[in-house]
Design a protein around this ligand. Sequence first.
Ligand SMILES: Cc1cc2nc3c(=O)[nH]c(=O)nc-3n(C[C@H](O)[C@H](O)[C@H](O)COP(=O)(O)O)c2cc1C
Length: 227
Amino acid sequence: MARLFTPLRLREIELKNRIVVSPMCEYSAVDGHPQPWHLVHLGSRAVGGAALVFTEATAVEARGRISPADTGIYLASHVDAWRSIVDFVRKQGAVPGMQLAHSGRKGSTAPPWLGGKKVPLEEGGWEPVAPSAEAFDKDYPMPRALAAAEVREIVDAFRKAAERAFAAGFEVLEIHAAHGYLLHEFLSPLSNFRQDEFGGSFEHRIRIVLQVAEAVREVWPARLPLF
Ligand SMILES: Cc1cc2nc3c(=O)[nH]c(=O)nc-3n(C[C@H](O)[C@H](O)[C@H](O)COP(=O)(O)O)c2cc1C
């Protein structure tokens, strides 16, 4: 406990204590826009005294959402919707953070309380994309393998999302590269069977993650932390 309630400096951001609210999917957005639910969810954690409050995994493009009810940061209107939540969190003395994410082959699935299984196109689903055309399991949609040029477009989507997150007022950014989502799918030889520059050897499998980190760092100010 000795240090839990002492400040922590990360680059030029000072956290008032060491309590961080981890990103938690809420499955309550509308077309990627956070709702009053998100203001209350994130706002109450800030009121409660956490120093750093992360948004849920927030998609860098529409097909990068896990479910149709996930938040996004791929439209200008998303920036406006996030800004009021950011302002409220900051007024409580907390630092607002955003987790940038792409669901990859685990996209187009229903919220857990609706079964979590694939959402068909006619019910608002989409064709997910992945390093290789291999489904996560039998209840998940079959993804389409990305062409190399499309991988570069996704790197660029992360860059643009970082710019929008900055415009919305976020002060910490996190790149989600775990839990079997797109970046993790590239890292793992169990889901990446590519033969090009983005698959095969360890150096090739990590390439997209390095490129995303570099692209985000290019536009994310040096004074702000990137996790
Ligand atoms: C409801 C819920 C939603 C979650 N959503 C995300 C998410 O969007 N991104 C993420 O990286 N982890 C997510 N997680 C995982 C948490 O961030 C955290 O890593 C995990 O709960 C382990 O920490 P804990 O032992 O403190 O619960 C979620 C967890 C829960 C319970």
